[in-house]
Write a protein that binds this ligand. Structure first.
Ligand SMILES: Nc1nc2c(ncn2[C@@H]2O[C@H](COP(=O)(O)OP(=O)(O)OP(=O)(O)O)[C@@H](O)[C@H]2O)c(=O)[nH]1
Length: 326
């Protein structure tokens, strides 16, 4: 029998989905082993800190919460940080990625950097722009200030370099630290969704006077250079998002892009910019309605858990993720 405590065994599950909030925010935690990903997840879900967890667990949990007086279903995926082949899946699933390191462990910071690099590289090999992702660099174990080896300014500098959000927190101290982290993440995702809605409506206005060129006749794609002023997120394109797209009944889906064009259409979208086609028509698509920001936060305690199968480890050394896992 494992000496570790399963997260599932410590969380009261709540299987009814009938009354769950409609707004959903998917959050995935990535990072080296032992940086405290499971501890942060459990703290958010249960307000408790437990010392040992099954290190090979990969689970998704959900918790109805209220952020700025708006109900939201926060889904959290805890990963065990060993399988490079899972990274594209995580990125596709997530609205926000928390790349976690321990402020007491130099190599965990280096691995966080490798994640940022890998995600940036990966984004360059992706296809149709459908998903705007919030990235956050997260320093954990703030309660161990006396053992700190990564200065806060170093984390901030790297986050600025990658144009992502930054936060330091602890799973071992007051619940408010972790609550603040997840609420901030929800706010960042909402901001991002609002930004997409706003840029889509501007595009709709401008494209109403533009001749639409059929996708199949377009030879080249181009990405406008970034005019970013936000430093809270990196946006990039993700492939095979037809499930999400098909639920958007009021936005016409483009016809499939020929395979030989897909490779040419992949770009990293910097904050406040977007992928567009040569004709000025847009491939950016709306993922959710705008949400108004409001005031104070309260928390509900319903928690659910669903298990995703543990994945096999890969020994592949050829992917862009190699340097993370070697
Ligand atoms: N002092 C302190 N210890 C922490 C904190 N977060 C986690 N820990 C401890 O660090 C160890 C690793 O925590 P985990 O949550 O299992 O780390 P993990 O990143 O999920 O590790 P894997 O599941 O192996 O990827 C455990 O002993 C935790 O109790 C924290 O904020 N402060």
């Amino acid at each position: 029998m494992s000496k570790y405590k399963s997260i599932n065994s410590s969380i009261k599950t709540h299987q009814s989905t009938a009354s769950l909030p409609k707004e959903e925010v998917n959050v995935v935690l990535l990072g080296k082993q032992n940086v405290g990903k499971s501890a942060l997840v459990v703290k958010y879900l249960t307000k408790r800190f437990i010392c040992e967890y099954d290190p090979f667990l990969e689970d998704t949990y959900w918790k109805p919460d209220i952020v700025d007086q708006q109900e939201v279903l926060v889904k959290v995926m805890d990963t065990y940080g060993k399988d490079e082949k899972r990274l594209p899946y995580y990125l596709k699933w997530a609205d926000a990625v928390l790349i976690t390191y321990s402020i007491t462990q130099q190599d965990s910071f280096e691995i966080a950097l490798a994640y940022l690099d890998a995600i940036t590289s990966y984004s360059k090999s992706l296809t149709v722009s459908t998903n705007e992702l919030v990235l956050m660099l997260l320093g954990n174990k703030l309660d161990l200030e006396r053992l700190r080896v990564i200065p806060k300014c170093e984390g901030e500098a790297i986050a600025a370099k990658f144009s992502c959000a930054f936060c330091e927190t602890t799973a071992a101290d007051d619940y408010e630290y972790v609550q603040h982290l997840f609420h901030r993440t929800v706010r960042e995702v909402r901001k991002e969704r609002e930004r997409v809605v706003a840029s889509n409506s501007i595009d709709e206005e401008s494209s109403s006077t533009t001749t639409i060129i059929p996708m199949n006749s377009i030879v080249n794609f181009h990405c406008p250079s970034s005019s970013s002023s936000s430093n809270s997120s990196i946006h990039f394109t993700l492939s095979n998002e037809t499930d999400k797209l098909s639920s958007l009944s009021n936005i016409p889906l483009p016809p499939p892009i020929p395979v030989n064009l897909i490779q040419k259409s992949t770009k990293l979208i910097k904050p406040n910019s977007q992928i567009s086609m040569k004709s000025s028509s847009t491939t950016n698509l709306l993922l959710s309605p705008p949400i108004k920001a409001g005031s104070p936060t309260t928390t509900t305690n319903n928690i659910s858990a669903s298990t995703t199968p543990n994945t096999k480890r890969s020994s592949s050394k050829t992917s862009v993720f190699y340097k993370i896992f070697k």
